[in-house]
Each structure stands twice: as structure tokens, then as C-alpha cells.
Design a protein around this ligand. Structure first.
Ligand SMILES: Nc1ncnc2c1ncn2[C@@H]1O[C@H](COP(=O)(O)OP(=O)(O)OP(=O)(O)O)[C@@H](O)[C@H]1O
Ligand SMILES: [Mg+2]
Length: 292
């Protein structure tokens, strides 16, 4: 059963459409990871990309990041047809992707991590002053709470590392920033910090694609939620007009299963429904009675 009826998304957003995918299909041998997937991102819009394990979220991210180019389908960027065949082509177009592992070097300081592979030089030597200044500029833009840019990444918290990875993605002045599960490993305060960062990115006009399993995060910052299920689109919702239960139903593909029953039960208890993020949508395939 598909769940595409509730609250159609405001695709006629006032903002400019930046990135538009149409009919994206991707196979890995016999595995059909994506079938005919559409996705739009506007300037200054946060789009949450959600779905159960194996729904195709990371594959879609990798298509946009140039890691796994699509087999079929078209991509339009800034109104022009685009080909994203390699990670460099994705970056050059104006798409920055922060992968879940962040790819930071623990033993290097913040400045070195921000400029890894893109070091500024002056008269043949590293221009540390210019790099440090640019680092502070970037972190200030994000209102980031980093005590010093000269401390090794190893001594930063998870949220601060995420901040550094996001700041690094902004060096190329991207129009679209893709964040793959940025809050997955974070505590409450650090999650709030990263969600603030996502809002900063939106305020600065970036289009943001946020992959998350946490509905509380999604409802806190996203403007729109795009649901993938079994590699296909299964809903495109305006967050403001959509209930938590509608999103969960689209993710699970059914209204009558353990997760949606629990969600409905919680919604009818006022104090419990204030914490919808406590139901993990990542585990919805567990048989009833075994929900974790
Ligand atoms: N490199 C690959 N080779 C073969 N199959 C793959 C590859 N990458 C992904 N798949 C398959 O494609 C499907 C979609 O996987 P994908 O990683 O995109 O899901 P996901 O939505 O990101 O899931 P999760 O929430 O678990 O991260 C799965 O069936 C997966 O096994
Ligand atoms: Mg994934």
C-alpha cells in the first residue's frame, strides 16, 4: 500500500529550484537499488530524505555525489541538464556531501582538516595565517562552538567534529549540502547544535538534504520530507502539514504494523507524544512482539 495521499509537498516553493532529479534508476547487478526516483531541492530549503534500512537513501546520495552515477534518469542543476559522473563533477557543480564517516584526520588540527588537499600557499610555503583566518570565518558563519582551530580533531566532541566536516564542505561555496545521518551518533545537546547548523545553512540560502532516521530531528528542521521505500518514492510531505504517523506510515508502507500502532498509541497520550523521536524507524522490520 502506498501512502502518498497526505499533505502534498509545496513543490511550487517561492525559492528557486536548484537540484532536480527525475526518474533515477540504479542497479547493482541483480539488486535494483533505485527505481524511477524523483527529488527536488530549492534554495534555502531543508529536505529530509527518510526511509527504512535498504530503502535506497545512501544510493541516492551517492548518485548526487558522483560516487555511483545513475543508470537511467536525468539531473538538472540550476535549470541546466547536468552530468554527475565523478565526485569532482558533483563538487564543481556546487554539491557538497558530508558522508557519515566524516573522513577527518584525528591527529591533525581543525585548520589542517579544513584545508586537507586544498592548502593555501604563499611563496611556496603553507600560508597558515590565511588558512587560520578563513577557518574562523567559516566557523563564525556557522556560529560554531569550537574552542580553538589549533587543537587536534581527536579532542573534539562528536558534534564539534560534525561541525568541522560541515565547515569543510562549505569551502567550495556549494549551493546544495547533503548530510548523511549527521546526528546518528550524537547526544541531545550535540544533536541540537548540529540541527542549529542545519538552520544556519538554510538561512544562508543553501539547499540542504538531510538523511535521518530520527523523526524528531526531521520535524524540528526540515521543510519537506521525501520518503523512499524499497527504492521508490513513497511520499513527499510538507512537514508543517503532516503528522508523525503519516510519515511513519509512508516509511513502513502500511498503517497496520507494530510501529504505527505504537505511534498512534503514543499520540493519544499527551505527554508521550511530545517525544516522537524516541521511536526508531530504523527497526521497523522487526516482527510484532520483537520491536526494540
Ligand atoms: N555497492 C553496492 N552493491 C550492491 N548492492 C548495493 C550496493 N549499495 C547498496 N546496495 C543495495 O541497494 C539497496 C539500497 O541500499 P542503500 O544503502 O542505498 O539503503 P539505505 O536507505 O541507505 O539504508 P540504511 O538506512 O540501512 O543506510 C540495498 O538493497 C543494498 O543492499
Ligand atoms: Mg544508508
Amino acid at each position: 500500500m502506498t501512502q502518498t495521499t497526505a499533505a502534498p509537498a509545496p513543490s511550487a516553493s517561492k525559492q528557486n529550484l536548484v537540484l532536480s532529479l527525475r526518474g533515477i534508476t540504479k542497479r547493482f547487478g541483480a539488486v535494483q537499488a533505485l527505481t524511477d526516483v524523483d527529488l527536488d531541492v530549492h534554495e534555502g530549503e531543508v529536505v529530509a530524505l527518510v526511509g527504512d534500512n535498504g530503502a535506497g537513501k545512501s544510493t541516492l546520495v551517492k548518485v548526487m555525489a558522483g560516487v555511483h552515477p545513475q543508470d537511467e534518469g536525468t539531473i538538472t542543476f540550476d535549470g541546466k541538464p547536468a552530468r554527475i559522473g565523478t565526485p569532482a563533477e558533483s563538487r564543481d557543480l556546487g554539491i557538497a556531501t558530508v558522508f557519515q564517516d566524516l573522513a577527518l584526520c584525528d591527529n591533525l588540527d581543525v585548520v589542517a582538516n579544513l584545508f586537507l588537499g586544498h592548502e593555501k600557499t604563499s611563496a611556496g610555503t603553507l600560508d597558515e595565517v590565511a588558512m587560520e583566518k578563513r577557518s574562523w570565518d567559516l566557523l563564525r558563519q556557522l556560529s560554531a562552538k569550537i574552542p580553538s582551530v589549533r587543537i587536534p580533531i581527536a579532542s573534539l566532541s562528536g558534534g564539534q567534529r560534525q561541525t568541522v566536516a560541515i565547515a569543510r564542505s562549505l569551502l567550495g561555496d556549494p549551493k546544495v549540502v547533503i548530510l548523511d545521518e549527521p546526528t546518528a551518533a550524537l547526544g541531545v545537546a550535540q544533536t541540537a547544535e548540529v540541527l542549529n547548523l542545519v538552520e544556519r545553512l538554510r538561512d544562508r540560502g543553501h539547499g540542504v538534504i538531510l538523511i535521518s532516521h530520527n523523526m524528531a530531528d526531521v520535524q524540528a528542521v526540515a521543510d519537506r520530507v521525501v520518503v523512499l521505500r524499497l527504492g521508490r518514492n513513497n511520499g513527499d510531505f510538507a512537514v508543517a502539514d503532516t503528522s508523525y504517523e503519516d510519515i511513519i506510515a509512508a516509511i513502513t508502507g502500511a498503517t497496520d504494523n507494530a510501529v504505527t500502532k505504537r505511534a498512534t498509541a503514543r499520540a493519544s497520550q499527551p505527554e508521550a507524544s511530545a517525544l516522537p523521536g524516541h521511536v526508531s524507524v530504523a527497526k521497523t522490520d522487526a516482527p510484532e512482539g520483537e520491536t526494540r
